[in-house]
Design a binder for this molecule. Structure first.
Ligand code: AMP
Ligand code: ZN
Length: 113
């Protein structure tokens, strides 16, 4: 399968890795939309939220806990930040490997574009 995020997991292409364990990896977005823009992905390939099922419940919890820990470490926990998931074409998903964006260090707007 030709998935760019799976290649980052396998270290076949470089990334600025911020956090890694056996299930999750977090790395800087190559085209940052905020001063802090980190992608959190499961190492397991899952296309999108549409492909989640019960076996992934713990994994999704892990992703959110790791975002919380990294946000604290980067000193943005108290200031606030945004977590984004884009799903499918109208959702704006461009990489079909499920990921959560952590965006911080600027004022976010609502509604999103
Ligand atoms: P999405 O549009 O929600 O699918 O998000 C995909 C994100 O992946 C975009 O913000 C891209 O800038 C980012 N991206 C694509 N290729 C890479 C890469 N090789 N390393 C880091 N981030 C990437
Ligand atoms: Zn993948």
């Amino acid at each position: 399968m030709d998935c760019i995020f799976c290649k980052i997991v396998k270290k076949e292409i470089p990334a600025e890795i911020i956090y890694e364990d056996d299930k999750v990896i977090a790395f800087k977005d190559i085209n940052p939309a905020a001063p802090i823009h980190i992608l959190f992905i499961p190492k397991e390939h899952i296309d999108s939220v549409n492909f989640l099922d019960e076996v992934h419940i713990d994994l999704i919890g892990e992703l959110f806990l790791k975002i919380k820990e990294v946000a604290k470490k980067l000193n943005i926990a108290n200031k606030g930040y945004r977590i984004v998931n884009n799903c499918g074409e109208l959702g704006g998903q461009t990489v079909n490997h499920l990921h959560l964006h952590l965006l911080g260090e600027r004022q976010m707007q609502w509604p999103p574009g």
